[in-house]
Design a protein around this ligand. Structure first.
Ligand code: OGA
Ligand code: MN
Length: 295
């Protein structure tokens, strides 16, 4: 296996290894797992992806999430990201599926609004537009290490509230349905996720974050906005232009990502599997000692 860094300071393409190798071979898994801990975003090119292969690969890293209510693929291990309607045609720009695609274009990490946050996501390209539709990544680990030490210290002892309805409301007030709101009450997490393998901390924030525990609302929002800006500063991202056969895996503890727009009339179909974080991934250190999910 060859590791080709993509930069800046994170992200790498892995050559000479397939998803099936990882699913079936312990040594291949160990090598890819080590690269994942180190590089945070891994690109696999030229893969023969099926749902089964993607899921078998994903299971190696931990328990696969079951897709939440209100998402395409609900109840399965797959999230279907597409703007293709039931009639096989691309839906209009004001359709719920298009609005949801726009919500994915806000900087975020996956599943920080869930009771169990995610270790990793695995995304495969199935139908890609001719132009646009890239996925852009930043390292919140590199961003954390750029902050001044006083702020790093403060964040080590700070907690933020995450709510799915909050990120969706930035696109449309009722984009999160009553069922989604009921299933996904706000969650409070440390603002720094320390990787137990290498001890490196990363800012843990997303479009879902709306308040800092113990801070007045406006001041907390300001801190979140400033950190989001610092983490996504110009020149710090890796932009992935999708090709057929591409699979990208990312560490939700140490990165944020966003989808990029594409011409509204063109179809795009992506399939995601998401792996829940376990104690070995440091999730137990993320719980707030003093707060409980509201409501
Ligand atoms: C995701 C996501 C963005 C995209 O799969 O979690 O945010 O480019 N995707 O499809
Ligand atoms: Mn996402």
């Amino acid at each position: 296996m060859e590791i080709v860094p993509l930069g800046p300071g994170f992200a790498a393409e892995l050559r000479g290894v397939t998803l099936e190798d990882v699913a079936s071979d312990d040594a291949a898994y160990a090598a890819v797992r080590a690269a994942f801990e180190e590089h945070s975003v891994l690109v696999f090119r030229g893969q023969d992806v099926t749902d089964e292969i993607q899921l078998a690969f994903s299971r190696r890293f931990g328990p696969p999430e079951v897709t939440k209510v209100g998402s395409q693929g609900t109840g399965s291990h797959f999230v279907i990201l597409s703007t293709i309607g039931p009639d096989g045609k691309v839906v209009p720009a004001d359709h719920r599926l298009s609005l949801r695609a726009r919500a994915n274009q806000l900087w975020h990490t996956d599943s920080s609004f869930k009771r169990v946050p995610a270790l990793a996501s695995v995304l495969s390209a199935r139908i890609i537009p001719a132009r646009g539709g890239e996925t852009e990544y930043v390292s919140t680990r590199v961003a954390f290490e750029r902050l001044d030490p006083a702020l790093r210290n403060k964040l080590q002892n700070s907690f933020a509230w995450h709510d799915y309805a909050h990120s969706r409301s930035q696109i449309a007030p009722d984009l999160a349905s009553p069922e989604e709101r009921a299933a996904l009450p706000p969650q409070c997490w440390r603002m720094v996720w320390t990787n137990p393998v290498n001890g490196r901390g990363a800012i843990y924030l997303a479009s879902h974050a709306y308040a800092v525990e113990g801070m007045e609302a406006a001041a907390g929002k300001k801190l979140i906005d400033e950190l989001m800006e610092a983490a996504t500063a110009a020149g710090t991202s890796y932009l992935h232009p999708w090709r057929e056969g591409d699979v990208v895996m990312w560490d939700n503890r140490a990165t944020m990502h966003r989808g990029r727009p594409w011409p509204a009339h063109e179809p795009r179909l992506m399939v995601r599997t998401t792996i829940s974080a376990t104690a070995a991934d440091g999730v137990d250190t993320m719980h707030s000692p003093s707060t409980q999910a509201a409501e």
